[in-house]
Design a protein around this ligand. Structure first.
Ligand SMILES: *Cc1c(COP(=O)(O)O)cnc(C)c1O
Length: 371
């Protein structure tokens, strides 16, 4: 006999969220399918215009997914064989695989208490072969960009921000995605701005880089007849752009809702577990609401028994992945990232999560620590 627990608080609730914009999504769908323009059409152009204004950058390009955006950016920044690119070891693996896909070698710098790249560790990881840095704004919390940019300038390195989890996040009022030479975003269903499938975004203030990225996204073609260089097909579909235009209008409201839920969790759980308190000047967008406790696995099992879905992002740091074996790292090379992988737990947090459900998560966590 199998015992199944009814899910009382799921990790996400798309039907509830979509209910807020269902008529607009249906209209968008109709507009695209009757237009006859499914690739590189007016919805994509409009989305690129609106999202570049939202972020505050000169140029935005819709991509097929965030990983492709990262790897095409590296290629067009002329990073490849023999080059090293430094990123964070506790990220989603695409922060590093994109470097390998561009033909360069991913290297890592350990993270600080904010779970983001530690500038001192970054500087220590620079070698004569280092060409670029990929800082990650993990969980939606802005990385320490002013210090990272100062190190990049001092050592003449390029910066590609991995903003996959952080659209709308700010440090000292400045949006993530506006510091680096280029910045990549993911619009995957689990990201704060999302569509119903895979999509990504690449932004830059550099018109010359934008021109090359624009060609690289679509076969390296400069006109419909001329191919300037070999490249892959990594375009965002017109349908996704139309859905994203609808969701972009809700992003501010959805982000504020995420922030209120996070602050409520913080107040309820502080003292029981380590909560993600914001540092000075930080505007965190909580793509993930991540707590830390030495009893992570027991707590996760306990919550599962209560019908609460809590997840781990990520259980194996990138430097410990089988795919990274040839890089020659040992598990203890990045003690902060390793410790995080053993103690982090992501709680359900999504726009529309009711106070009642959140209180149930909070009281269940209190029960666990009381027992
Ligand atoms: C989601 C994510 C990516 C990859 O984006 P996809 O759209 O899934 O390819 C890259 N980096 C980070 C930090 C992510 O969270």
């Amino acid at each position: 006999m199998s015992i199944t627990t009814e899910i009382k608080v799921p990790y996400t609730n798309f039907p509830q969220l979509i209910a807020q914009v269902r008529p607009e999504l249906h209209e968008a769908f109709d507009a695209v399918i009757t237009s006859g323009r499914y690739i590189l059409g007016p919805h994509l152009a409009q989305f690129e215009k609106e999202v570049s204004e939202f972020i505050g950058v000169g140029h935005a390009l819709g991509f097929s997914n965030g990983t492709a955006a990262l790897h095409v950016a590296l290629q067009q920044m002329k990073i490849g064989a023999g080059d090293e690119v430094i990123t964070a070891p506790n990220s989603f693996l695409a922060s590093a695989s994109s470097v390998a896909l561009a033909g360069a070698e991913p290297r890592f710098a350990d993270v600080g208490d904010d779970m983001n790249m530690d500038p001192a560790a970054l500087e220590a990881a620079i070698t004569p072969r280092t060409r670029a840095i990929i800082p990650v704004h993990l969980t939606g919390r802005p990385a320490r960009m002013p210090e990272i940019m100062a190190i990049a300038r001092k050592h003449n390195l390029l910066v590609l921000e991995d903003c996959a989890q952080a659209i709308g996040a700010r440090r000292d009022g400045r949006m993530v995605g506006t510091w680096g030479e280029a910045s990549a975003f993911s619009l995957h269903p689990l990201k704060n701005l999302f569509t119903f499938g895979d999509s990504g975004l690449l932004v830059t203030n550099d018109p010359e880089l934008h021109r090359r990225l624009w060609m690289a996204r679509s076969h390296g073609m400069s006109t419909r007849d001329v191919c300037d260089f070999w490249s892959d097909n990594n375009r965002m579909d017109e349908l996704h752009a139309a859905f994203l235009l609808v969701h972009l209008k809700k992003l501010k409201q959805w982000t504020e809702e995420r922030r209120s839920l996070a602050l409520r969790y913080n107040d309820a759980l502080r003292g029981l577990v380590k909560v993600p308190d914001e540092g000075a000047g930080e505007y965190h967008v909580y793509q993930t609401y991540m707590i830390r406790t030495d009893r992570r696995d027991q707590l996760q099992d306990f919550l599962r028994g209560k019908g609460i879905e809590a997840l781990t992002h990520y259980r194996i740091p990138i430097h410990m992945q089988p795919a990274a074996r040839s890089l020659g790292y040992k598990p203890d090379d990045f003690p902060a990232a390793k410790k995080l992988s053993e103690t982090i737990l992501s709680l359900p947090l999504y726009p529309g999560l009711t106070e009642e459900k959140q209180e149930y998560v909070q009281s269940s966590i209190r029960d666990f620590f009381r027992a």
